[in-house]
Design a protein around this ligand. Structure first.
Ligand SMILES: Cc1cc2nc3c(=O)[nH]c(=O)nc-3n(C[C@H](O)[C@H](O)[C@H](O)COP(=O)(O)OP(=O)(O)OC[C@H]3O[C@@H](n4cnc5c(N)ncnc54)[C@H](O)[C@@H]3O)c2cc1C
Length: 266
């Protein structure tokens, strides 16, 4: 149900769900899978492919702030707004009420630091899921690209592709030890690239050599500046139809808390 000016009550935002870490698994040299658990995850909506969640981090004392819902339906934070970052719900298990999230351990950032130190019992809160992406069942050809931060989203996208899908997946990572097995239909082959130069440059160079036609659906997420180059190249130089191109800047060199939903359109 959507809010309209004629109605007297605004929709009430759901406060984030308080969760506890149940398990931490090392996936690669620079990535951990954190499984969150908690009764509060009951009713968490089945995420669409490439969906996102909001991760609310604890303060230095380990306390996770909890908001109240104001009379206008918006969340208020009596103890101050906690640090929040965006992640991909990699897997939700509705029977066990567990949610898996994969974190890049890139070093310098509150979320990356939290994930590096997360242990069973560590606390956080989760908002969402959000996201409206859906796989066009008619789409046969795909060109998918991303860096480490997009590996979880790409895994959810590959799992959602129909059996007959064809195409290429290109993953730019720091080094060979950052590679992981990915689920993919037989016709979609992942290719791994070790990063050479600035983040995203290798991926964009690969895109420039890609065999693309009007029917190819492109999905790319990586560093925001590289996303801008990729999007402009696809739409301007290659003339791909806009609806076939999905691009997201997931983070930006030198910027903390890069805004969500950065399509790289500017
Ligand atoms: C829709 C969406 C889904 C996402 N899903 C995931 C996911 O599942 N897993 C995941 O790990 N990330 C994911 N990200 C990216 C993640 O939100 C950012 O990397 C975020 O900035 C991490 O927060 P932080 O507190 O660690 O660093 P910040 O405080 O935001 O940044 C601190 C410094 O670290 C740098 N930095 C941030 N991220 C990276 C990175 N990935 N590599 C190198 N340097 C970096 C910044 O440039 C800055 O200089 C997603 C982003 C979006 C928009």
């Amino acid at each position: 149900m959507s809010w309209s000016p004629g109605r007297t009550e605004r929709p009430r935002r759901r406060p984030p769900r308080q969760v506890e870490v149940a398990e931490v698994r090392r996936l690669t040299a620079r990535m951990v899978a954190v499984t969150f658990a908690g009764e509060s995850l009951a009713g968490f909506a089945e995420p669409v492919p490439t969906a996102h969640v909001k991760l609310f981090l604890p303060d230095a004392q380990g306390h996770v702030a909890q908001p109240v819902v104001g009379p206008d339906g918006h969340l208020r934070w009596p103890d101050g707004r906690p640090t929040m970052r965006t992640y991909t719900p990699r897997r939700f298990d509705a029977e066990a009420n567990t949610l898996e999230v994969w974190f890049v351990l890139h070093g310098d950032g509150p979320a990356a630091r939290w994930a590096a130190e997360a242990r069973p019992g560590s606390r956080a809160a989760i908002g969402g899921p959000g996201g409206r992406f859906s796989v066009d069942p008619e789409a046969r050809r795909w060109w998918i690209g991303g860096d480490e931060s997009a590996l979880p989203a790409i895994a959810t996208l590959l799992e959602a592709l129909p059996e007959g899908a064809e195409g290429e997946v290109h993953l730019e990572v720091q080094a060979a030890e950052d590679r992981i097995p990915l689920p993919a239909p037989a016709g979609v082959s992942p290719t791994w690239h070790d990063r050479a130069g600035e983040p995203g440059v290798t991926l964009v160079d690969t895109l420039r050599r890609a065999p693309l036609d009007d029917d190819t659906h492109v999905w790319i997420a990586c560093e925001a500046q590289a996303v801008r180059e990729a999007r402009s190249y696809l739409l301007t130089d290659r003339g791909l139809p806009r609806p076939r191109v999905t691009t997201r800047g997931y983070w930006r060199v030198g910027a903390a808390n890069h805004p969500d939903h950065d399509s790289g359109e500017d």
